[in-house]
Design a protein around this ligand. Sequence first.
Ligand code: F6P
Ligand code: MN
Length: 322
Amino acid sequence: MRRLPPVLVEDGCSRELVSLIRTILAACKEISFRVGQGALSGVLGSTLDENIQGETQKKLDVLSNQLLKDILLESGYVKAIASEEEDTTVAGNPDAKYIVAFDPLDGSSNIDINSLVGTIFSIMEVDKESDPADPTIFLQSGRKQVAAGYVLYGPSTMLALSTGKGTRIFTLDKTHGSFLLTHDYAKIPADTNEFAINASNQRFWTAPMQQYIEDLLAGKTGPRGKNFNMRWIAAMVGDVHRVLCRGGLFTYPEDTKDPNKPYKLRLLYEANPMAMLIEQAGGLAHTGQENILDIQPTEIHQRVAVILGSKNEVEACLGYHQ
Ligand code: F6P
Ligand code: MN
């Protein structure tokens, strides 16, 4: 099985980009170890703090953020970082040309129940002259990502990565600490009979989404003429990983549960990197109004509606939104 660095070199990635990805993965290996230790390392449970988004931070959220932040800033490969757990961006090496946005530990409500969590990251390029302390350097559309990926801390630790030449899946060999290529060029089937949505929000969805899900649930005798299965992991990394492996539709749609927060998932470090991985594997990622990768961001912690996965099924869902 092939190791990650030569695969990236073969894809034409610069030496600097390969080093940056390896730096991110060095932090992820440590997070993987801590997550694996669970209660033994005393890192379960919450802190007394909230992040800028008003969510209570888990101890592992804080630890994972610190690990990524320290190792990235120390490496010299990044001009700045943006993180779900940081109020604003943090400046790095003024001479570097890459910036990284990340969700250090996605799905953190799963931490204390020993269920799936992961790290999501998005790498973009900026002008060498740009100011590392200027947060607006992060306001680039997802199409400009030079690489995107996630590391899933499950029964095995897996990396899904795209540098714009397909999406590949690697598995961490914990005896040697190498990510080995275990699934070249993931290909999401265009059709599916599996979907993922937090159905407890049903009464808060928009009319088109209510109708779409109602038709899926109607099964064989309904307008779709086939039975559908439902799954919900409550960690976007876990749900997207399943979609990459066997297809499906994943959505966190607009809702009116909290009028100040119509969308849940964050554009820069959740929706955009996942959209790149999904598109590069032949799927589609949309908000219902536009392709996620075409959105021009206006804020670092901006949220969006997400409908992604098997192409024909996402298109079927979009048909209800027109
Ligand atoms: O990061 C936000 C997130 O935890 C995603 O990973 C996940 O898909 C979603 O929120 C879970 O939402 P809910 O708590 O509504 O199930
Ligand atoms: Mn998250």
